[in-house]
Design a protein around this ligand. Structure first.
Ligand code: HEM
Length: 147
């Protein structure tokens, strides 16, 4: 259950990310692959992820960042039904890709850091609380197949 403030905040963050923040989607994925290098192993087919420069210059990484944002936008559009919306994605990440679900939290933290850096003082504790609640629901829905 979402409060009006939470709903408005999440929608506002994603509407701004969409239009104003060029490269947002790639930046959080770069950060995840650099800060938590073991996450690179799932992206073997993306080729050279040898160092930060290689990661940030890799067009497949940038493209995949956009894919993840599209996944998040789907959750924003279906905020009251994220579990059902993510049913297929959860099966994909657990059964096919075999992503360790601990990594969802790490990626979510990278998303939070990039959003916070972008919003500056606008990222108040209340905004952070709403955003983290949203990401927690996303992670729980994505991890549904693991339980
Ligand atoms: C694919 C979303 C976390 C690894 C995808 C796709 C989406 C997505 C929308 C494309 C699915 C399709 O093609 O039908 C998300 C979201 C995440 C998340 C919303 C959490 C906030 C992770 C994490 C990892 C990961 C933490 C690994 C560390 C992958 C891989 C693919 C994939 C390897 C397939 C890439 C490809 O074959 O091109 N994810 N993901 N995901 N995801 Fe995630």
């Amino acid at each position: 259950v979402w409060t009006d403030f939470e709903t408005a905040t999440i929608k506002d963050i994603f509407s701004k990310l969409d239009s104003e923040v060029v490269g947002f989607s790639s930046r959080f994925l770069y950060r995840c692959l650099i800060v938590y290098p073991w996450t690179q192993r799932y992206f073997a087919k993306f080729g050279n992820l040898y160092n930060a420069a290689a990661i940030m210059g890799n067009p497949m990484v940038a493209a995949h960042g956009k894919t993840v944002v599209q996944g998040l936008e789907l959750a924003v559009k279906n905020m009251d039904n994220i579990k059902a919306t993510y049913a297929d994605l959860s099966v994909l990440h657990s059964e096919k890709l075999r992503v360790d679900p601990d990594n969802f939290k790490l990626l979510a933290d990278c998303i939070t850091i990039v959003v916070a850096a972008q919003m500056g003082a606008g990222f108040t504790p209340e905004v952070q609380a709403a955003f983290q609640k949203f990401l927690a629901v996303v992670i729980s829905a994505l991890g549904k197949q693991y339980h």
